[in-house]
Ligand binder design. Sequence first.
Ligand code: ADP
Ligand code: TRP
Length: 318
Amino acid sequence: MKKVLLSGVKPTGRPHIGNYFGAMKQWVELQVSQPATDKFFMIADYHALNFIQNHEEMKQNILDVVLDYLAIGIDPTQSTIFKQSDVSAHPELAWIFDTITTMPYLMRAHAFKDAEAKSKEIGVGTFNYPMLMAADILLYDATTVPVGQDQKQHIEYARDTAEKFNRIFGDTFILPEPLIMKEVAVVPGTDGQKMSKSYGNTIPLFATDEEIKKAVMSIVTDSSGGIPKNVYEIHKLFRSQLELDRLYTEKAGKYKDLKEALIADISAFIKPLREKREQLAKDKESVLAILKAGGEKARVKANAKMEVVREKIGVKLY
Ligand code: ADP
Ligand code: TRP
């Protein structure tokens, strides 16, 4: 079986170091470690439409994610970078999945339950999110989906849906596996909870020095013990355990010094990424050309799979 890797992010705002260390970093590493594997990195703009319903904002966010992908080192000559909306087979297959999926099953999704806890007026698109994501993955015969821990359930939905379709219509889809980096499965935010755009506790991946300083200074420090846990947990991403333990022993209880050391480490790490991104942003035309070419490539693969699907379900008459 040919190995195919697929992942994506929603263009809903600036990425943060949680997105990077939890998911995106391994995409770049996989490019190096698995040169022969087909790789697809998607911008999930139709998923983002659940959250971003503003013409200008959507447009800008999509362009931003392409820049983010390129700046962290995703190489369009080795990987296909595309946006979901360029391949209409995604919502088409999601519809087909809807017809074999039950409401109680979708109501068990964590994301749905969270949305329900916050508001009674849940969009149909939010409810249906796992079916579109299943289509994203299954259309490309993806074997491996490198994501953060919080996406694990969505991949289980994709597997279950593939299994159910195969059972009803015959063998069609490959069951994908999640690839989750254990040691950084959940990057904590400045408040110690999971770092997330929606919690306002992030350190942006392409942050300016000012922003890094502000975010680190706002990290909540526990007053018991000499080691500020939240600072330490984030610091772990930037230094080896050995160096870190030495530093935190030497500066035990000196929270300000430790935060300053963290600021210096994050700044040194982000600077080259930020500069590369600024450089890329100057040539918008080339960036859009990469996205367009990626869409064309993805479309060929997805459309071929859709032909098989239409045949299996019995709607392909000629
Ligand atoms: P957010 O929660 O900020 O909206 P997304 O849902 O857009 O993040 O996630 C994009 C990718 O980054 C997913 O693969 C997700 O698992 C990963 N990710 C997001 N936040 C974290 C985190 N705090 N730690 C590890 N991985 C994360
Ligand atoms: N749901 C993912 C997130 O919130 C984004 C996404 C959409 C995705 N489709 C995907 C990730 C397919 C991996 C594979 O981060």
